[in-house]
Design a binder for this molecule. Sequence first.
Ligand SMILES: Cc1cc2nc3c(=O)[nH]c(=O)nc-3n(C[C@H](O)[C@H](O)[C@H](O)COP(=O)(O)OP(=O)(O)OC[C@H]3O[C@@H](n4cnc5c(N)ncnc54)[C@H](O)[C@@H]3O)c2cc1C
Ligand SMILES: *[C@@H]1O[C@H](CO)[C@@H](O)[C@H](O)[C@H]1NC(C)=O
Ligand SMILES: *[C@@H]1O[C@H](CO)[C@@H](O)[C@H](O)[C@H]1NC(C)=O
Ligand SMILES: *[C@@H]1O[C@H](CO)[C@@H](O)[C@H](O)[C@H]1NC(C)=O
Ligand SMILES: *[C@@H]1O[C@H](CO)[C@@H](O)[C@H](O)[C@H]1NC(C)=O
Ligand SMILES: *[C@@H]1O[C@H](CO)[C@@H](O)[C@H](O)[C@H]1NC(C)=O
Length: 514
Amino acid sequence: MRFTVPLLVLALSFSLCVSAAKADRKTTVVILGAGLTGVTAAKALALERNITDFLIIEALPEVGGRLKQSSIGGYPIEVGGNWIQGLGTNPIWALAQKYNVTNRFSNWSSIDYFDGGGHDFDGKLEEAFARYEDEAMPKAEEISDLRQERGQIDLNFRAGLNLAGWRAQTPYEKTAEYFSFDWEYAEPPVQSSYIQNINSFTYNFEGFGDENNNFVYDKRGFRAIIQGQADEIPNFNDLILYNQTVTKVFYGENGVNVLTADGTLIEAEFALCTFSIGVLQNTDVLFEPELPEWKKDAIANFHMATYLKIFIQFPSQFWNETEFSVYADPDERGYYSVWQSLSAKGFFPGSNILMVTLTSDQAYQAELQPEEEVTAAFMSVLRTMYGPKIPDPLEVVFHRWTLDPLFRGTFMNWGAGATVAQQNAIRAPIPDPDTPSPKGQRVFFAGEGTSRKYFGYLQGAYFEGRLASGLIADCVDNGCLTSEKTAYAKREILEEKTKKRKLVGGGLRKPIFK
Ligand SMILES: Cc1cc2nc3c(=O)[nH]c(=O)nc-3n(C[C@H](O)[C@H](O)[C@H](O)COP(=O)(O)OP(=O)(O)OC[C@H]3O[C@@H](n4cnc5c(N)ncnc54)[C@H](O)[C@@H]3O)c2cc1C
Ligand SMILES: *[C@@H]1O[C@H](CO)[C@@H](O)[C@H](O)[C@H]1NC(C)=O
Ligand SMILES: *[C@@H]1O[C@H](CO)[C@@H](O)[C@H](O)[C@H]1NC(C)=O
Ligand SMILES: *[C@@H]1O[C@H](CO)[C@@H](O)[C@H](O)[C@H]1NC(C)=O
Ligand SMILES: *[C@@H]1O[C@H](CO)[C@@H](O)[C@H](O)[C@H]1NC(C)=O
Ligand SMILES: *[C@@H]1O[C@H](CO)[C@@H](O)[C@H](O)[C@H]1NC(C)=O
């Protein structure tokens, strides 16, 4: 059944009464998006809270979202999330084991270093990397912890490194820093929060009790940890609409209406929005009424970073057996710097596949280029590294995440200047988290990008999906009795306001000494 009404009429009828416009589907909870967050939330609703009257809306024809599989030369590859970061008690590690996802320890010690003259035989890059990891980082962590204890303001990561005595001047130092920082957070230090990115490192790599990283290379794709959960939900295929792109979310005290691109209208009591903050920062999905000021302010202040993985298959292997190769470009920091061999022992030996990663501006630029231009750029770097005689590639595969309207980037980076109060506001429900339930709590938000400790990672999506599904289930069962848990956001923003210094004397500072 297809249904179209002018949006204005729909908006008006919605504000008067949710059910004035006739809905194609009615449900208690509508879940927007079937990535790890949406499916984890759905599973918790169904199997832990016995709430089965829900409907998931997904634009793609399958579950998975940013766990996105592709292939090159017949080998399965992950163009999205790839590592289980931090093993131990990380729930993603538990899911990988439960669903028997093929993965293997990534050995950062198995590494070759290169510079503008080819192989870096002098060990200058290796020396800079060791100095960054063993001296600068521990010092930067110590100072960040101290600043937090004292309640000092956050700085940008560049400033934190400077306080720790690290000043990247040579191409080797710049590359070492890029490999350690940008290659993880996908943005440069100067754009990134000092305290929150140090904390992220602690929570994700040390917090689970085993800081190793395992690389996933499964025939079914890493998305098997999402499909596996979906398959445990009874009648899952009746509970999801595939190929349906949400264009508009109407919300008010009485409920939620969701409109999709083909005119389907879904009416629900509650919604869980799991779209990336990149999507929320853009206009692919519109909210009616517009999102409140405190919400827009928070969404705008975080960064949707971009981590572009380029897979390349060659007719033969001209590189060494090491897993990683790092290249210090003499002119441009981070330029095609970090290479990984999927041909390495234990992965796909004989596959002749390399993966190189670009981040931030270099990624945005490559996404706008045709494949031949990207190929010409990385081939020129590879010829510098391995000499002019190397063969041309057989195949090149990458996904343009920033240009993809379903993602608008790859994952969140905590930008310099974004506060914990704003992070709370990103995940707080609308229309008004402070209004006694359930009226103020209709649309909930969850995802990788709403997590304070695990933003950017799968574990963030997992924990946030579970948290939000619990809050929604409380609303369904008891009328949002847990409102105090979600009402924090607006209050903190108001507190910030009242703390703001008053300027005396018309705001002009008077010199104390003449
Ligand atoms: C290149 C890359 C590398 C990464 N590397 C790692 C890694 O190594 N380790 C790690 O832990 N994490 C990594 N991540 C992050 C990890 O993949 C994400 O944190 C996680 O997958 C996010 O899940 P989510 O459910 O919150 O969001 P998503 O997966 O984005 O789910 C949202 C869903 O909503 C759908 N959607 C969007 N807009 C609409 C619309 N208008 N209508 C209907 N549906 C819509 C999307 O199709 C998607 O399925 C990486 C991500 C990328 C992209
Ligand atoms: C689950 O909910 C259904 C109705 O939706 C009810 O019949 C059933 O008894 C519930 N089961 C449990 C264990 O609460
Ligand atoms: C969704 O679209 C794909 C093609 O992109 C198609 O193969 C699939 O059958 C569609 N699924 C549904 C449920 O419409
Ligand atoms: C797990 O995967 C491995 C490798 O793909 C396979 O050999 C094994 O049979 C699988 N085990 C189970 C329980 O599915
Ligand atoms: C990692 O690589 C280094 C260097 O090749 C090697 O010495 C070490 O044994 C490897 N570690 C593991 C666990 O394979
Ligand atoms: C490959 O490894 C050998 C020794 O293992 C080393 O001598 C050589 O320089 C390396 N070559 C490159 C291009 O890394």
